[in-house]
Design a protein around this ligand. Structure first.
Ligand SMILES: *Cc1c(COP(=O)(O)O)cnc(C)c1O
Length: 389
């Protein structure tokens, strides 16, 4: 038995937190090192028979440090394989590259802005036929589908930045009935809490830039598959031929970040719930949007598909409008006004002005990404920023 299969067998019995804390690594037999090696080589040698010495040839195809990170990610989402890209959007672009010319794609009206911009762009050039559906309408997805024609259904749950919850299992059933595949963007619900493959998704996507890395210091995207099927092989070719592969150093940083993922995510979920409960009913707020609140319309589905926490993302709608919302950002002292999410530091952002005039996001909405600071400091900060004196 090889060392790898020994390791995998051992890993099957262990909790994710245990495997991640040890970076899926037993001491390196060659050196005894506890920290995984960083292999920077882009090219790999051949022996006297002209055979490759190891499993690698050139880093645009595959390389050991990237593969190590992929093995951990595949295990975490209970897939058979994972593929890392240079950013989340590089992975998104690869998926739509596999759609036949003119193929029908369905996606939510409100979703990660960058991914939707890409879909609109390739639609405007005639590459795909795009139908957007309202994720808050229970029959929205069914009506958007074309039986026998739709090839990809893209969903995100919870939906950024309104945190509407899409029922992944129900969406998978509908997509499959129409003959389409379901791709789930689970960036804000990492596999600690949601395993979309278990719920019927055909591919899971995460921007690993966010929770998986968690320290706002690398860009990365990952796809995870339940089986090495034809689509997977095509995605592998797309990554290899378009070169959107993750660099070895960033893969090493990602593994380093993932070692603390369960701890970071648990803390962020706990603080976010505490903050959401504290802010609910605040006289300066129109609404607090967080799937962990019983008042949230997606709470029941969230309880089923977010098994270990409702995430660290919430949004507040400030009474008055965009001027009052921007004034709150001007007054915060602990929250950092910046884009992105899922890092150890808490961020606040006015999405409508970032997304521009086409944005469907309410103009009074502020998105909060809760980090791992002391929650009492975050609550005090929001209270003083909202008090308006
Ligand atoms: C950030 C993000 C992406 C894009 O990922 P990048 O790593 O920034 O390219 C896609 N989907 C969601 C939900 C995101 O938050």
């Amino acid at each position: 038995m090889t060392r790898d299969s020994d390791e995998e067998q051992r890993d099957d019995d262990l909790a994710d937190a245990t495997v991640l804390a040890q970076a899926g690594h037993t001491p390196d037999p060659a050196t005894g090192a506890l920290v995984p090696a960083l292999h920077m080589s882009t090219t790999f040698g051949r022996d006297s028979e002209n055979e490759l010495i190891g499993d690698y040839m050139y880093a645009r195809h595959q390389s050991p440090t990237v593969e190590h990170a992929e093995r951990l990610l595949a295990r975490l989402d209970r897939g058979t394989d994972a593929m890392l890209f240079a950013s989340g959007l590089a992975a998104v672009a690869a998926i739509f590259e596999t759609v036949e010319s003119g193929g029908h794609v369905v996606a939510p009206t409100i979703m990660y802005h960058g991914a939707q911009n890409w879909l609109r762009r390739i639609e405007s050039r005639g590459r795909i036929d795009l139908t957007l559906f309202d994720a808050t309408d229970p029959s929205g997805l069914a009506e958007a589908l074309r039986i026998g024609e739709t090839s990809v259904v893209w969903i995100e749950s919870p939906v950024n930045p309104t945190w509407d919850v899409i029922d992944i299992r129900a969406a998978a059933d509908l997509a499959h009935e129409a003959g389409a595949i379901l791709v789930a963007d689970c960036t804000v619900a990492p596999p600690i809490t949601t395993r979309a493959l278990d719920l019927g998704a055909d591919l899971v996507f995460h921007s690993a830039t966010k929770y998986l890395n968690g320290h706002s210091d690398i860009l990365a995207g990952v796809l995870i598959t339940p089986e090495a099927n034809e689509l997977w092989e095509e995605l592998r070719s797309v990554r290899m031929l378009t070169g959107g592969v993750l660099g070895a150093h960033d893969a090493w940083m990602l593994v380093r970040g993932m070692r603390t993922l369960p701890l970071r995510f648990e803390r962020a979920c706990k603080s976010a719930l505490q903050i959401a409960r504290h802010l609910e009913g605040h006289p300066r707020l129109e609404a607090v949007l967080y799937p962990g609140l019983e008042s949230h319309p997606g709470h029941e589905v969230a309880r089923r598909q977010m098994t270990h926490g409702f995430g660290g993302l919430l949004s507040i709608r400030v009474k008055g409008g965009p001027t009052e919302a921007l004034e709150v950002i001007r007054r915060v002292r602990v929250f950092v006004p910046a884009t992105s999410l899922g890092g150890v530091e808490s961020l606040i952002e006015h999405r409508a002005s970032v997304e521009g005039p086409d944005s469907e996001v309410p103009p009074d909405l502020l998105r909060l990404s809760i980090g791992i600071e002391d929650p009492a400091d975050l609550i005090t900060d929001l209270d003083q920023a909202l008090s308006g004196d």
